[in-house]
Design a protein around this ligand. Structure first.
Ligand code: ZN
Length: 345
């Protein structure tokens, strides 16, 4: 997954080196604990507030109205076509929900790369995406103008991480990673209670990992780096290497051992750099649950007892886990971002 720095022109499109697309993302900076207190205060006051969540993906948009996973009043999915048509359907959906109650804000967990710099003239835009027609799309502005509401905005993976923190597999943890392994590889999460966000945003899918023995001849599929993690271990990488989609590979296929090795190498680097209390792993490739114990084993072997944490040395099953919110993590991330937009207003 890819991003652009503060102030960079969104027209900085690059030529693919390896012939594959990525689905980018980026994260943001919040004090989540502080916002939780403010949200709780609003609820205690008895005010009835609903929130609109949007998971803006490269292939589909998911919209919902509600307050939590247990309180979703309406939900809709639209294919991602042109920006005008797709955002028009999103706006239409929220206008149709007026009878549900007062909408306080909407939030967008957005594919990207996106501009998250509040001081930038293109804040809230999708920037240098390879998704045709979407480069330079002003997502936040379109929502604000049409709905007249505060708009929370962050990347798809950070939105999903925020939802898992609030309602799912990372509840109560101030430092964790959310990593998705699918069409692309991306990561978000919290460190010391703050969503990961900085110079631009983390690019966990584009870290470099050494080649697994036997994989030296595979070029990799990342259009920017060829053989970064995403280039070697994403769903399209598996398909390009083995000539079959991951979901069609049998359980004993050597692709899985290779995949587990690459993911173990990546987690080794992420554990050493960020020291997460938990690693939540989602995305289509991780739908093969057999990968989880394999990745835990490789991570333990690579760290070789240097990181003395029982979660790792004892192969605890609650250290590397699937998301609890499943396919709704993205749209619930939108609702969480909407809540935070109100809390920080
Ligand atoms: Zn890359």
């Amino acid at each position: 997954m890819t991003g652009v720095g503060r102030g960079l022109r969104v027209t900085d499109r690059r030529t693919s080196l390896c012939g594959a697309d990525v689905v980018p993302y980026a994260p943001s900076l919040y004090n989540v604990r502080y916002q939780h207190r403010r949200i709780a205060g609003m609820v205690a006051s008895g005010e009835k507030l609903l929130y609109g969540g949007i998971e803006a993906g490269g292939t589909k948009f998911v919209c919902a109205v509600g307050t939590s996973p247990d309180d979703l009043r309406a939900e809709a999915r639209f294919p991602t076509t042109t920006p005008a048509e797709t955002l028009g359907r999103v706006i239409g959906f929220f206008r149709e929900q007026a009878g549900q109650g007062r909408l306080a804000a909407v939030g967008v967990s957005c594919f990207g790369p996106v501009d998250l710099d509040a001081g930038s003239p293109t804040y809230g835009y999708i920037t240098s995406t390879p998704k045709r027609g979407w480069e330079g799309t002003d997502v936040v502005g379109a929502m604000r103008r049409a709905l007249g509401l505060p708009v929370g905005f962050d990347t798809d993976t950070n939105g999903a991480a925020l939802a898992e923190h609030r309602w799912g597999a990372a509840r109560g943890l101030d430092s964790f990673i959310y990593l998705t392994v699918g069409t692309g590889i991306g990561g978000g999460g919290l460190v010391n209670g703050r969503l990961l966000h900085g110079l631009t945003h983390p690019e966990m899918g584009h870290i470099r990992v050494p080649r697994v023995p036997g994989d030296e001849s595979f070029a990799g599929v990342c259009p920017f780096h060829c053989d970064c993690l995403e280039g070697l271990a994403s769903g399209p990488a598996i398909e390009a290497r083995w000539r079959a989609r991951a979901e069609n590979l049998p359980p004993d296929h050597p692709a899985w051992e290779m995949e587990a090795r690459y993911l173990g190498l990546a987690l080794n680097d992420l554990v050493c750099a960020l020291s997460p209390l938990r690693i939540v792993m989602g995305g289509g490739v991780m739908g093969n649950r057999r990968l989880f114990p394999m990745v835990r084993e490789h991570l333990r072997g690579l760290l070789n007892d240097y990181v003395r944490a029982r979660e790792i040395t004892e192969l605890r099953a609650d250290y590397i886990v699937p998301p609890e919110l499943g396919e709704r993590a993205g749209v619930l991330g939108g609702i969480a971002l909407a809540q935070d937009a109100v809390a920080s207003a």
